[in-house]
Write a protein that binds this ligand. Structure first.
Ligand SMILES: [Zn+2]
Length: 440
């Protein structure tokens, strides 16, 4: 069978098993078990050369290398997906239909596509008798989309057993054609870090009372004033991280007139940071902590002043300000409006990989050797979360990148409708992982 055809069929089989991790509408455990069986049917050689350890449905494999005295390297992806109701999809989300040169379905990009490419590469290498130069670990979690308990457990186990990694390679950025307005080129967006997340509740209280005789600054009014204030003020510190400056410098030759400014981003960090904070939501999120108000509640009846009302904020913390300081800054503003602040959920904080370091350079080399049509490799900061944040416990060079070439419009389909991957990007993706495994 033609190589691409075989790859298409393997990925289709993975998409067609629904492995939704969701507290309310998640897939049954049988589906996850069936998915694991499918992996070993499709990739028998990996199972032959690796030692498998299971952690409540998440898998860790160790592939022994010729020199186990070197620090090992971890490749990771996940096999759960977010829910997908069929409304709005061109093809049912778990049908893995082929049309317009793409496979359509939930998980094609996030992240069964990445998992497939990683396993396909390892399986072909194992079949050919390849032995890695040092120990390689492969990991796939079953609950990345719901706070990542699997990655938490596995990384804790690794730490407790004294296993550290020189490099970790997880999902993250893709190779994107025109990733932002004005950038005319195809860029490998290589994630070097991700923001941490804190979910906060702001509570306004009052004595209550009848709606016929309202006082001033009742709870809902105070919440409204608070949100309006945060919306129109820069509450958090702005700073252009060196990795973001480097991204702008590398994109500059493809950015026309704007490039004349961004090519100096590493020298003009202050003014460029301020400019980015004003250009729009995407660029603002790169240079400071952000908060989005996402839920609101309070009040019991139409004619009663609420004794308590609340609003929830989803806060994404920058590396330079950190979570503790970001919470302090927003709490100070909330106090001005007489609100209490409560943190009810927070993620672990992770560091930033070095874009001049060995792990990043290896990805650049692999992209150059295996993926056609890439203009530049750019470090970038992920605004979403990934399982690799947990692996900061056992590695300080976690790189977040998937070797699929996509359009900016395909980026929006991740966690949305009509998620799809181009057929033409499948063979290069396997070549990329093979190169990585052969050169670490
Ligand atoms: Zn993912």
């Amino acid at each position: 069978m033609d190589r691409q055809q075989k790859y298409i069929e393997n990925l289709q089989k993975m998409i067609r098993i629904e492995t939704v991790s969701d507290a309310k509408c998640g897939s049954p455990k049988e589906n996850f078990d069936r998915f694991h069986e499918l992996l070993w049917e499709m990739f028998p050689h990996i199972k032959g050369v690796c030692k498998l350890k299971e952690f409540n449905g998440s898998l860790l494999l160790r592939w022994k290398g010729s020199d186990s005295s070197q620090l090992p390297v971890l490749f990771m992806n996940h096999h759960d997906v977010v829910p997908a109701a069929p409304e709005g999809w061109k093809y049912p989300p778990f049908s893995a239909e082929i049309d317009e040169g793409r496979i359509w379905g939930r998980g094609t990009l996030d992240d069964k596509g990445g998992l497939w490419a990683m396993f396909q590469a390892a399986d072909e290498l194992a079949e050919a008798g390849f032995v890695p130069s040092r120990d390689l670990y492969l990991e796939t979690a079953c609950n990345e989309e719901t706070m990542g308990a699997g990655a938490d457990e596995i990384s804790s186990w690794l730490r407790d057993n004294g296993i550290r990694f020189e490099m970790v390679f997880d999902e993250g950025g893709d190779i994107v054609r025109e990733p932002m307005a004005g950038a005319r080129g195809t860029f490998a967006m290589i994630g070097v870090g991700e923001k941490s997340v804190a979910n906060l509740r702001f509570i306004a209280r009052s004595e209550g009372g009848h709606a016929s005789t309202p006082g001033k600054n009742t709870p809902l009014v105070r919440l409204g004033k608070f949100m309006a204030y945060v919306d129109s003020h820069q509450v958090f510190d702005i700073r252009l991280a060196p990795a973001v400056a480097e991204m702008l410098v590398r994109m500059a030759p493809y950015m026309g007139k704007t490039g004349k400014l961004t090519e100096k981003a590493d020298k003009l960090k202050g003014p460029v940071g301020i400019l980015l904070s004003k250009l729009g939501p995407t660029t603002r999120s790169m240079v400071s902590t952000t908060i989005a108000f996402t839920q609101i509640g309070g009040g019991t009846a139409v004619n009663v002043i609420p004794r308590e009302a609340w609003v929830v904020g989803d806060m994404r913390c920058s590396h330079h300000q950190g979570m503790e300081d970001s919470i302090k800054a927003i709490t100070k503003v909330a106090e001005k409006f007489g609100l209490e602040t409560e943190v009810f959920e927070s993620s672990v904080e992770s560091g930033m990989a070095d874009y001049t370091g060995k792990a990043f350079k290896l990805v650049e080399e692999a992209v150059a050797a295996t993926i056609p049509g890439v203009d530049a490799c750019c470090p970038y900061l992920m605004t979403g979360g990934s399982d690799s944040r947990y692996f900061a416990r056992v590695c300080d060079q976690c790189i977040r990148f998937l070797p699929f070439t996509i359009d900016a419009e395909q980026m929006d389909t991740i966690h949305g409708i009509n998620e799809s991957v181009d057929l033409s990007t499948l063979v290069p993706a396997v070549e990329y992982y093979k190169y990585m495994m052969q050169h670490v």
